[in-house]
Design a protein around this ligand. Structure first.
Ligand code: NAD
Length: 204
């Protein structure tokens, strides 16, 4: 199957591309680093042609003061406006491209941040966390991810498009070691781990 992967040049994108390729799929990358912008609806639609699925990973985080926390999640170069443009408008464009090009399934990388109970931002309503836990997004990044999930739900209800939203906690790799989560540069646990913890994936 041909699969479009947005954000394929990032930490998760490289791993997803490798996994898809080794499973026999053909991937098509769509990353700002190669001149492709998810805010470009026409470009996304063009590149989605003939795909059996889209894995949507491209995203920006808001600025994070603590360098330990900045190690979690995507690159933190975005202003709040740019975060919303990339994460919300970008996801809308992905869903529209899938709809227009007849791509039957879309996987969207959300974040555990939508729950709002990590990094001292609030206590969980209950444990263990599951898909019924209330979302309490705080900040542009978390809100943009929550809005992306809502758009997936609406797209599925309206068009039958199969969407799956995942809420991963912090990821790390040898190329981007995350303090406290192993790897060569692991030093100490994050003092205020905004993306620590885990939750079940949410699907629509
Ligand atoms: N890594 C984590 O710990 C973590 C945790 C929770 C959620 N996530 C989510 O997983 C996804 C991937 O995260 P990551 O850690 O690989 O991030 P990353 O920053 O390593 O990769 C993101 C990629 O998206 C690209 N990108 C940014 N803006 C773009 C745009 N407008 N158009 C096209 N490409 C664009 C970047 O060039 C980059 O290659 C993101 O959606 C992120 O929110 C990651």
């Amino acid at each position: 199957m041909r699969v479009l992967v947005t954000g394929d040049r990032g930490l998760v994108g490289r791993a997803v591309t490798a996994a898809l390729t080794s499973a026999g799929h053909r991937t098509v990358g769509f990353d700002l680093m190669d001149g492709h912008d998810v805010c470009d609806a026409a470009g996304l639609e063009r590149m989605s042609a003939g795909c059996g699925g889209i894995v949507h990973l491209a995203a920006l985080d808001e600025p994070v003061d603590d360098p330990g926390l900045a190690a979690f999640g995507p690159v933190t170069t975005g202003t709040d406006t740019r975060v919303f443009e990339t994460n919300v408008v970008g996801t809308s464009n992905v869903l529209r491209a899938a709809e227009r090009r007849g791509v039957p399934r879309v996987v969207v990388m959300s974040s555990v941040d939508v729950l709002g109970c990590f990094g001292g931002r609030g206590r969980p309503a209950y444990l263990p966390l599951d898909d019924r836990h209330p979302a309490r997004p705080a900040g542009a990044y978390a809100m943009s991810k929550w809005l992306a999930e809502q758009m997936c739900q609406v797209a599925t209800a309206a068009t039958g498009l199969c969407t799956v939203c995942l809420r991963p906690p912090g990821g790390c790799s040898p190329s981007r070691p995350t303090p406290g989560y192993g790897g060569p540069a692991a030093t100490s646990p994050p003092s205020n781990g905004r993306r620590s913890g885990s939750t079940a994936p949410s699907s629509t």
